[in-house]
Design a protein around this ligand. Sequence first.
Ligand SMILES: Nc1ncnc2c1ncn2[C@@H]1O[C@H](COP(=O)(O)OP(=O)(O)O)[C@@H](O)[C@H]1O
Ligand SMILES: O=C(COP(=O)(O)O)[C@H](O)[C@H](O)COP(=O)(O)O
Length: 340
Amino acid sequence: MPPSDFKRVIAESPYVFVIGVAGDSGSGKTTFTRAIREIFGDDLVSTITIDDYHRYDRQERKVLGITPLVPEANRFDLLEEHLAELKAGRTIEKPVYNHDYGRFDPPVPFSPTKILILEGLHPFITGTLRDRIDFKLYVDPDPDVKRAWKIKRDVERRGYAPEAVLREMEERKPDYERYVAPQCLFADAVIRIAFSKYGRDVSEKRNVYRVTLCQSRLDKSIGDVDLSIDLFGLLSLSERDFMVEFTIEDVGGEAMGALTFDGELNDAVARKLERNIEIQTQVEPIDLSQDSDYLTAGDMAQLILAWRIINRRIFIESAPGAGGTGRTVTGNNGHGCGRR
Ligand SMILES: Nc1ncnc2c1ncn2[C@@H]1O[C@H](COP(=O)(O)OP(=O)(O)O)[C@@H](O)[C@H]1O
Ligand SMILES: O=C(COP(=O)(O)O)[C@H](O)[C@H](O)COP(=O)(O)O
């Protein structure tokens, strides 16, 4: 397929490509998902949050003394059914969980787009869900980053008191470790996020984090990113600190290739990089640094992930029935996977 036809091919193909994004509450799933939507465009991408498939509302969970992380507190059977319908291109009546009130709103009709993102606490919990997801991503911020993000979001947007958020995080920890974290073993890619090595205030004031993209080395369906750039030339043009590092990371007992970015690239450098990826992917306009003069390490990781996703999508088009490869899990949840 000529790359220039890429967007048209996706739009005209009947294939509904499902991206699963897993991680704890407040780990950045929704934020990442929004960035992917911006890259591909709203006409191609829609999102389902698995929170909508809770079985119990907030009050019922309180009475039962369970957290939403326990599998029984969710309707995965309905989610599996709905995912099959959506992959077949059919409209579903999707339940709606309203975080403002902790209750369910009436279901709404939901029709699939050609790229469907399924994000939440448990997208990889059952074999059926895993089989229906074409690209699996696990978002795994350091505990201190997650704590800061979750407090900010739950206080500002969901009306909780900071102490209540912290208490709840402690209460949910055993269920997170038991039911959510092990799913990172199934991920095609894991994003790890830490405060910047240039200082926590750089993270908090300028949104600059140290972001590591771990990718299965065995995944033959994904080509290498040919950035075709003179990295040294780019970095020497940069006005702020920026670093790139390549290491091998242990993710749940498997060696994964890990690409780490930290810092910021200024506008001119970012434009060159974005243009280069646009030319290769024909996904336009790629403009992640639109609100600022700098492209952060996180933006850079998102661009590369988008490129990986495009590669997987192209692979499916050229080899039908080859979707949903994922990693073959052989071990238990060893160290380095879904950190506490
Ligand atoms: N990449 C990021 N950079 C900076 N802040 C982030 C990022 N991702 C998440 N956050 C912060 O964390 C909060 C929670 O993120 P969110 O995406 O809502 O998490 P989730 O969907 O996993 O519960 C956001 O409101 C935002 O303040
Ligand atoms: O764990 C989560 C998922 O949240 P996220 O969207 O952060 O991944 C929430 O606690 C439940 O959905 C219940 O919501 P509430 O606590 O509002 O009743």
